[in-house]
Design a protein around this ligand. Structure first.
Ligand code: PMP
Length: 303
């Protein structure tokens, strides 16, 4: 279990972790009606740097819009959100890198299954930055569970209730002895993992499923694409077949809690002789530096 830091922001207060509770009769608990995001904070000499905080705020707003949660965007400006993040981090005073999980919960009691005009509460908490997938070569299994399509529960929105889909597929992969799943969409094309985006390299071209393939529009996915373009690497965002993964020169995944990590095996087939690929290694180093060191990209917000 990842270590939870002791102080939680539960609007409007900072409270002890065991006091940040939602009612069992809330829509958040009953119907999974919360949206969330997770972002990295790098700690250096008593300073905290949040990665792409504005993009995470924007994705929370977008998730709310898709679902029809209207209150968050009206009640929380970016500046207020950043202030709450700062308050939470300072209250916990971490001397290490952490993941921050920010959630917007529909906390009205028993309104039935609807979304608009309902009361919401923002919560923020810190977790130790323990990666959720192996960092030195993971094993994946294509899932028999399909990724929820855009016209069922949109994967583009980071909705808590939708993570039942991820839990089913990841547990199935783990039961079979793998680290995580490869999700396919209803027509059999590759989407992503249970909580990370996927990339492959073929003949020097970096390929990843496009944003219409029932995936979460990952902020690290966008970052990796930008880094690759900056490095002059040809990039394709397009439909990907699972057999392309089998014959790829390199496969890797990325996400906040996954960082950028190589895949060594998919469905019993070795990828790149179970070795780190050169592009994976290059992008991983630049991605890691982007999380830790301020640059002209302006990706890090000092808290
Ligand atoms: N896909 C899913 C389903 C996820 O849960 C995550 C983790 N947030 C990602 C992709 C990666 O997104 P990000 O880079 O924004 O963390």
């Amino acid at each position: 279990m990842a270590r939870l830091f002791p102080k939680i922001y539960f609007h409007p207060d900072i409270v002890d972790a065991d006091k940040a509770s939602l009612s069992v009769a809330s829509s958040a608990v009953l119907y999974g009606l919360s949206v969330y995001t997770v972002f990295n904070i790098h700690e250096q000499d008593g300073e905290w740097l949040a990665f792409r905080l504005g993009d995470h705020y924007k994705r929370l707003v977008d998730s709310c819009r898709i679902i029809g949660i209207t209150t968050f965007e009206n009640e929380w400006t970016y500046e207020q959100f950043e202030g709450a993040v700062r308050e939470t981090v300072r209250a916990n005073n971490p001397h290490e890198d952490v993941f921050v999980r920010a959630s917007v919960h529909v906390d009205e009691l028993l309104p039935g299954t609807r979304t608009k005009g309902l009361h919401t509460t923002l919560s923020l908490f810190l977790l130790e930055a323990a990666p959720i997938v192996p960092q030195e070569g993971m094993r994946l299994k294509t899932s028999m569970w399909r990724r929820i399509p855009d016209n069922a529960i949109p994967s583009r929105a980071k909705v808590n209730g939708a993570y039942v889909n991820s839990a089913l597929a990841r547990q199935d992969a783990m039961d079979a002895g793998y680290d995580d799943c490869v999700f396919l969409d209803v027509s059999g094309h590759v989407c992503e993992l249970s909580a990370a985006n996927i990339f492959l390299v073929r003949d020097g071209v970096l390929v990843t499923p496009n944003n219409s393939c029932d995936l979460l529009e990952g902020i690290n996915r966008r970052t990796v694409l930008e880094i690759a373009r900056d490095q002059g690497v040809p990039v394709e965002e397009r439909t990907v077949d699972v057999t392309e993964l089998y014959i790829a020169d390199e496969v890797f995944v990325c996400g906040t809690s996954s960082y950028l990590a190589p895949v060594f095996e998919i469905d019993g087939r070795d990828i790149n002789h179970r070795q780190f690929g050169p592009l994976t290694r290059q992008l991983r180093e630049i991605h890691r530096a982007a999380l830790d060191e301020p640059s002209e990209k302006g990706w890090l917000t000092k808290l």
